[in-house]
Design a protein around this ligand. Structure first.
Ligand SMILES: *Cc1c(COP(=O)(O)O)cnc(C)c1O
Length: 360
């Protein structure tokens, strides 16, 4: 078996040890004679898995008691709709930061369910940076400010979260559990599992309990955050396999040092790649302002389309996959999520340096 280095923006590479564990117990889960995905979601075997994943998520992300953790389906994108459905009541409005593709998408979907306005638009800056707090427009009475903590496609992130006295709602799909967050600023945090935490099919919503007390009840049952919390995300059949696998990834994270270690790794590894870019004498360039560069999705360009193609071809030949940038941005994107081994980053930077020396 040859495992390649997978720099995909999502779904992402997962720890090999986790994949092996899942494989080993797939046919006979803990001596029960059936697979975990064949168990009843109301049975004791699955219930233990569900509770363990909830507890690990709370522990690792240091989620305070004032918040509920929901395991839902529909990915980050359904949350674009569910958040305003639940949080925005008649006459209330929310501000959105258009920091890139996902921030724009979140605002567009929210506009179907409530009154929203753009607090800051990154388009005139070609999505090359996040706003400074004083650049964000907040109208009096704004219910929440929606941010995308890390823009997966443009490779730009909030290093510090805006402290403007308005509760934050954050899409953390692509930097979930890669850094600690100041919970006091947030009413809600959400994201899909498939970028840092497990396979696709699971979205995790962390919502302040006090928000649920006044959330909208005129919604179909699945869409109601308050009901989902009351039912421990077992209102209907949950995405059991994804929740089970995320539990394994979280166990792996805990064993290697938790979120603090994930942050240390991300800072170090992104620094290594950005150094290779910045020290290439202009061969590689980053379109993102230095202090706003993502530590998860590293976007860079080569001098020409021909060199882009040669770079990708050579990369695949040595086992680096999914380095092509998003079609809307072009160039390259190396997504270095929690589970990427250090050796993958070492090998990538060595390849980049060697390629620049050969073609520069
Ligand atoms: C991937 C991504 C999404 C979409 O997530 P799905 O789970 O595919 O719906 C939304 N926001 C961000 C920041 C993402 O990276």
């Amino acid at each position: 078996m040859t495992r390649v280095y997978n720099f995909c923006a999502g779904p992402c590479t997962l720890p090999l040890s986790v994949l092996e564990e899942v494989q080993a117990e797939f046919l006979d889960f803990r001596g029960s004679g059936m697979s975990i995905i064949e168990h009843s979601h109301r049975g004791v075997e699955y219930d233990a898995v569900h509770e363990e994943s909830l507890a690990l998520f709370r522990q690792l992300f240091a989620v305070p008691d004032q918040f509920e953790i929901l395991f839902l389906q529909g990915g980050g994108v359904l949350a674009f709709s569910m958040v305003p459905m639940n949080l925005l009541r008649e006459g209330e409005e929310a501000a959105y930061i258009r920091s890139g593709t996902w921030g724009v998408g979140a605002e567009k979907d929210a506009a179907f369910y409530g009154s929203v306005y753009t607090g800051w638009d990154g388009k005139p800056h070609s999505y090359s940076r996040m706003p400074a707090p004083e650049e964000i427009e907040i109208r009096p009475g704004t219910r929440y400010l929606h941010i995308t903590s890390n823009e997966t496609i443009e490779g730009v992130r909030f290093v510090d979260f805006p402290r403007l006295g308005v509760p934050l709602v954050a899409d953390m799909s692509s930097d979930y559990l890669s850094r600690p967050i100041p919970w006091e600023l947030f009413d809600l945090v959400y994201g899909g599992a498939q970028k840092n935490l497990g396979p696709a099919g699971l979205a995790i919503v962390v919502v302040r309990r006090s928000v649920l007390e006044s959330s909208n009840r005129k919604l179909g049952s699945y869409l109601r955050f308050d009901l989902q919390a009351e039912k421990r995300s077992l209102l209907n059949t949950p995405p059991m396999f994804a929740i089970y696998m995320m539990g394994k990834v979280l166990n792996w994270m805990r064993a290697v040092g938790g979120v603090a270690e994930m942050k240390r790794r991300a800072d170090g590894r992104s620094g290594q790649v950005y150094r290779a870019i910045d020290e290439s004498g202009g061969f590689y360039s980053s379109p993102v302002e230095r202090d706003h560069r993502s530590v998860m999705n590293l976007v860079f360009r080569l001098p020409s389309d021909e060199l882009d193609a040669a770079f990708l071809k050579g990369a695949e030949a040595v086992g680096f996959f999914n380095l092509k940038g998003h079609r809307s941005v072009g160039g390259m994107r190396a997504s270095i999520y929690n589970a990427m081994p250090d050796e993958g980053v070492d090998a990538l930077t060595a390849y980049m340096t060697e390629f620049a020396a050969r073609h520069g």
